[in-house]
Design a protein around this ligand. Structure first.
Ligand code: SF4
Length: 475
């Protein structure tokens, strides 16, 4: 399972906003590693630079320098709609005869094909195939006397998950969909304000957390400070996977720090699935906190039995067959001295397709583990996600195809326990109604078509694939 995207924005006449955005994106790198980009505005023009890869690979002193202005937005992408290519790298800059805007989007909208067709019929040309470009053009084409009215009008038409930062030549805007599926927060920097997907993006630039942007809220930031335009949506649907896996454990969402919430998931697993064992370990890094929670609740000592190569990321160089056969060896290395002869509880965040877990278990057994008891922080994932998480199709989800006992046998564990939905809700300590739980229950907060396709807009002809061509665009 992969993260969605990370977005960042800043308004500060006192700061080098492109540099600040670089470091904001650097802190949000875990949310997407396929492409990165920054757009700035100086009251007259928007400048943008995007490239494929991680933010540290895309930006240099040379290409950051021309990004002048007093406000900026930035984006780290993991593709959940449209291919991974430079045409879909964000921020996207779009314009019509009246307006120009740059947009960075986290989420997925579910009526993109309908809106795309309507916009294409009106003569809007699409340079890429991501739903984010549909959002941008829906805003551009919306009626309204100012940008806030246009964004609000577009929000009535766009269905799905979207946290947005939007830049015009003279203001910075941010908005969150009516359910608040993806997080977004505001912080204070010297002489201005910053917006980030997660609070860790604020912490790393020395910004002080102010508050979260509310679901259905639009904010505008300019020389007059921050103006808020709340919406009237009462329903909530924050993605529970932000708590389980996506967001960093040092981020705060809905007033809750994620680290203790993950510990509580582990403690819940220890109560729901106790087992006689010698050691507890987490699959690093996302299940480390949950493993400490399991250990504390069960009294079984926690150890590091698997070491993760921290520099594993997306690579375009395919390993040769012999290396491919080694599977997850590229990512993890077991510690035989710790595992030899031990009965191990292994805590992981989730099982999606079930392709990684068998190799992890094989690796642990080969390193000497006598028993492997898998404990999973998420309930069985039986339904795909349409709200910004690249998960799998229903046919690929192992829990949609097999019973828990069949999964245990397939992954080769001595026992297997998934945290219950009630246990998960207890761990996050917020009302169940606040969350989207659709990948466990199939009850989507907005009706979806189960056959929706990540490349749907490409199929309809949007955005011809282009060669990588990093370039400064002046609009
Ligand atoms: S379906 Fe699952 S992964 Fe997608 S938003 Fe809902 S809880 Fe998150």
């Amino acid at each position: 399972m992969h993260e969605s995207c990370g977005i960042f924005g800043v308004y500060s006449p006192q700061e080098d906003v492109a540099r600040l955005t670089f470091f904001g994106l650097f802190a949000l790198q875990h949310r997407g590693q396929e492409s990165a980009g920054i757009a700035t505005a100086d009251g007259q023009r928007i400048r943008v630079y995007t490239g494929m890869g991680r933010v540290a690979n895309v930006f240099t002193e040379e290409n950051l320098k021309p990004l002048i202005g007093h406000m900026a937005i930035g984006h780290n992408r993991y593709s959940t709609s449209g291919s991974s290519n430079i045409a879909n790298a964000q921020p996207l800059v779009v314009s019509n005869e009246d307006n120009t805007l740059a947009i960075a989007h986290n989420g997925n909208i579910i009526n993109a094909t309908f809106l795309y067709k309507e916009l294409a019929d009106q003569g809007y040309v699409f340079h890429g195939s991501a739903d984010s470009e549909v959002i941008a053009n829906t805003i551009l084409s919306a009626p309204g006397k100012d940008m806030v009215e246009k964004i609000r009008h577009a929000m009535h038409r766009i269905k799905g998950a979207y946290s947005l930062v939007i830049l015009t030549p003279n203001a910075l805007y941010a908005a969150r969909d009516p359910l608040g599926v993806r997080p977004l927060c505001i912080g204070k920097v010297d002489g201005g304000l910053a917006i980030a997907s997660e609070t860790c993006g604020l912490d790393h630039i020395g910004a002080e957390f102010v508050r979260e942007i509310q679901p259905d809220e639009i904010v505008r930031i300019n020389e007059n400070g921050l103006q808020s335009y709340p919406g009237d949506s009462k329903e909530r649907g924050l993605c529970i996977f932000e708590y389980i896996y996506f967001a960093r454990p040092d981020s705060v969402i809905n007033g809750k720090l994620l680290y203790p919430a993950r510990q509580a998931m582990g403690a819940g697993l220890a109560r729901e699935y106790p087992v006689d064992a010698d050691i507890v370990m987490g699959v690093p890094d996302s299940a480390t906190a949950a493993a400490t929670g399991y250990a504390r609740e069960s009294g079984i000592p926690v150890v590091d039995g698997l070491i993760k190569n921290r520099y594993v990321g997306r690579t375009f160089i395919e390993p040769e067959q012999r290396m491919r056969d080694l599977g997850v060896k590229l990512k993890f290395n077991p510690l035989p001295q710790v595992l030899e002869g031990e009965r191990c509880v292994v805590v992981d965040d989730s099982i999606v397709r079930g392709t990684t877990t068998p190799s992890v278990i094989r690796m642990l057994r080969k390193a000497g583990a006598k028993e492997v008891h898998m404990r999973i922080c998420a309930p069985p994932i039986k339904f795909p996600c349409f709200f910004g998480v690249d998960m799998a199709t229903r046919a690929e989800l192992i829990a949609a195809q097999k019973s828990i006992e069949q999964i245990r046998e397939y992954i080769g564990a001595d026992s297997l326990g998934y945290l219950s939905i009630d246990g998960l809700i207890k761990a996050v300590d917020l009302p169940r109604e606040n969350f989207c739980l659709a990948c466990f229950t199939g009850e989507y907060p907005i009706p979806v078509q189960l056959e929706m396709d990540k490349l749907a807009l490409e199929t309809m002809g949007a955005g011809k694939p282009v060669d990588a061509c990093d370039a400064i665009e002046d609009k």
